[in-house]
Every structure is written in structure tokens, then in C-alpha cells.
Design a protein around this ligand. Structure first.
Ligand SMILES: [Zn+2]
Length: 199
């Protein structure tokens, strides 16, 4: 069970957007079962993070592994989002920051009108940011700056470090890697997995 939440965290949590029920800052969370009043865990986590010191700077190895996501599924010329695996690992427990990173990098490439973007996983990663206030978005972007994953050329404007994440063309990737990737996609068995037994 969760430890009791200190009153100052509880108060800060009420002033933040709730990612569970999308309550705006100052609004109450949606009531729980039986109409009991509630403060959702994402709000508490977000407040704890906001009150904590900025995260430390993290040096990314230049030759680190990267993960690649096509932005436009099924489009042979799709642009590709390339993210350093250490960034992905560090931000796995900081989904608002990961979402902010994706939003900033797509914004830098003018891709935020979403016409190109049909990869559901990428859209899902960005979704926590959509309901945050601008002040909260800036706060998460500033945490990316503290980590060294982004910089801020002027107040309120952010750029992701290319080593952390960038948009690339297929032609920029190793042709052998592309061939293996395409072959793996073609060989995907596509069978269904039975999650629910009917017996
Ligand atoms: Zn809530």
C-alpha cells in the first residue's frame, strides 16, 4: 500500500493536471467508487516530481543503441524517429518527459499537424502531454534540459539534442539495417494470440 501523502504534496497535486481523469489544475479528480473523493496517483506522482530537485545531467554514449519508429505506418518513404536507447530507458518512468521529448522533436521537424503521423505507438507516447497546461509542459521540457537531452535557445523554446532524438530519412540509415528491418516486417507471422479462454 502507498505511504501517506504529505500535505504539501497533496496540495501541490491539486494544482496540477490529472493524467488519470484529465481534471485541470484546481479541479477535483473524478469521484471514485461510491462517490468517495479521490486524488489520483498520476497527480501525486507529478507533484512529487515537480517538488523534487532537477534530475542530474546524463552523458549519452555517442555509439549507443538507438530505437527507430516509422512515423507513417505502411509508407515506404516514411520519416523515422530515432531515439537513443539510454534516453528511452531513463524516461520509461517519466512518461510526461518522454511525451515532451517526442512533441519537441516532431515540432522541430514541423510534423505536429499530425498528417504524417500514423504510428499509434508514437501518438500514444505523446498523449500525456496533450492535456497538460503550457506551464506544466515547460516544466517537463526544463527537466529534459537538466538531463542534457534538450536545450533552450530562448525562454519557452526548446530543442532536442540530435544525439538524444532526431527525425531521419530512411536513406540516412545503414542499408543493411533497412533490409533486415523490412525482411523482419515481411516475415511477421501475424497470427492471433488468444488472451481469453472460452472454457
Ligand atoms: Zn484524477
Amino acid at each position: 500500500m502507498r505511504k501517506a501523502v504529505p500535505p504539501q504534496v497533496r496540495e501541490a497535486a491539486r494544482q496540477r493536471t490529472c493524467l488519470d481523469c484529465r481534471a485541470a489544475p484546481g479541479e477535483k479528480c473524478a469521484p471514485g467508487p461510491g462517490g468517495r473523493s479521490n486524488l489520483h496517483s498520476s497527480r501525486i506522482r507529478s507533484a512529487e516530481q515537480g517538488l523534487a530537485p532537477l534530475p542530474p545531467r546524463q552523458l549519452l554514449p555517442l555509439d549507443g543503441d538507438r530505437t527507430y519508429s516509422e512515423l507513417s505506418i505502411g509508407n515506404p518513404d516514411s520519416l523515422i524517429l530515432s531515439v537513443h536507447s539510454e534516453v528511452q530507458r531513463t524516461l520509461a518512468l517519466h512518461l510526461e518527459e518522454l511525451g515532451a521529448l517526442y512533441v519537441i522533436v516532431l515540432g522541430q521537424a514541423d510534423l505536429l499537424d499530425l498528417t504524417e503521423l500514423t504510428n499509434p505507438l508514437v501518438l500514444w507516447m505523446m498523449s500525456p502531454v496533450a492535456c497538460l497546461t503550457v506551464k506544466e509542459q515547460v516544466e517537463f521540457a526544463e527537466r529534459l534540459v537538466a538531463r542534457g537531452f534538450a536545450d533552450s535557445p530562448h525562454p519557452g523554446a526548446f530543442r532536442v539534442a540530435p544525439l538524444a532524438a532526431r527525425i531521419v530519412q530512411r536513406s540516412e540509415l545503414d542499408p543493411r539495417f533497412i533490409a533486415e528491418w523490412d525482411a523482419a516486417k515481411a516475415a511477421w507471422p501475424g497470427g492471433a494470440s488468444k488472451l481469453f479462454s472460452d472454457r
